[in-house]
Design a binder for this molecule. Sequence first.
Ligand code: PMP
Length: 420
Amino acid sequence: MKTFSATEFRKQFPILQTVSDSDNIIYFDNAATSQKPVAVINALHDFYLNNNANVHRASHFLSAKATKSYEVVRAKVQSLIKAKFENEIIWTKGTTESINLVAQSYGLNFIKAEDEIVISMGEHHANIVPWQHVAQQTGAKLIILPLDDNGIIDLSEAERLITAKCKLVAVNHISNVIGKINPVKQLITLAQKYSAKTLIDGAQAVAHIAVDVQELDCDFYVFSAHKMYGPTGVGVLYGKQALLESMPPYQFGGEMIKKVSFTGTTYNELPHRFEAGTPNIAGVVGLGTCLDIFIEKPILPMIDYEQQLCHYLYQQLSKIEQVQFLVKGCPDIPVFSFTFSGFHHQDVASHLDSKGIAVRAGHHCAMPLLEGLGLDGSIRVSLAAYNTFNEVDVLVKQLQALCLGESAPQSSTNTHIENE
Ligand code: PMP
């Protein structure tokens, strides 16, 4: 059995290398974006140094080389998420653009006034606002699935709320605030009962759990490279081939056409019909390098290590009286959101920042979720496979110090005190 060494893995991330104690970075904001391994940084550098040319214009050697290194990554993504066909993988600039593509192309053309679009209370704004727009434009109704006390989509409520009127169910695989895996397979089966399409926002899932789109049988699956050790500006839209083929293009221009004349244009085949213009070629090549971590390296031991870290952090945080988790129970991936009695979330984050610990404070682009919980923000600690037990101990020590009034923030600019 292959093993995973966090120490060895960590060495691949130059930004995490300690120069001296005072420069130490404890990076616990991985749900926002992960750090990049040196291999990915080198791949970007190497592309511009040795391979730079536009793709799919293979009249010269350099373009053929760039196209090959770019297109090979599509097959790697296909293999990562177990898609049936390579042309079901569409490049976008991120999860947000992938959802917008589906909303603009599928949503605006196939959803009608009497239809319903179903999302959940726990969505990121990227999976709310595009559907709000579609609802406004088409007259369709937006239905919101509630979460249960554990912070996952309530299936019995879903059974009541997903009806024959439903045209699309768009929910996250794992919430970026709560870190719990939603029962997406059951929701997909439920949607299929009414022939509704399904979109799964996998932005927080792909780096932490194995994803199999054929097993899930979802219609669309979306994610971003930058949350899984890859570059920013690259994302993936997976869609079932026949469905993608039935959808009109989302943007128009070069690359997405077969033939253009002033009397009309014929569009290209998949995947190019959804990829107008010059793409982020270097970014895709960089993603390819980072996918080797997930495809060739021992993914299960890495997940296992993250699970151990996750349970350890949960145990340690649970011992601190001031920590109040947003929902019951340990998260499924190491993404923890909590408030801290007596302190504003921003003050806690500032205190931790002054100790070299990067966490996020605020609404985490999920305002309706936070509002529904009666909060205007929380502290979010999110870990990756390069984080260590020692780093968790430092975080816990600093939170305890805050309780004891040691190194409390100098002054609070925030007047709102959580949970007092
Ligand atoms: N959905 C979820 C669950 C996310 O966590 C994020 C990023 N925080 C997004 C969507 C949007 O991703 P991006 O900003 O990379 O487009």
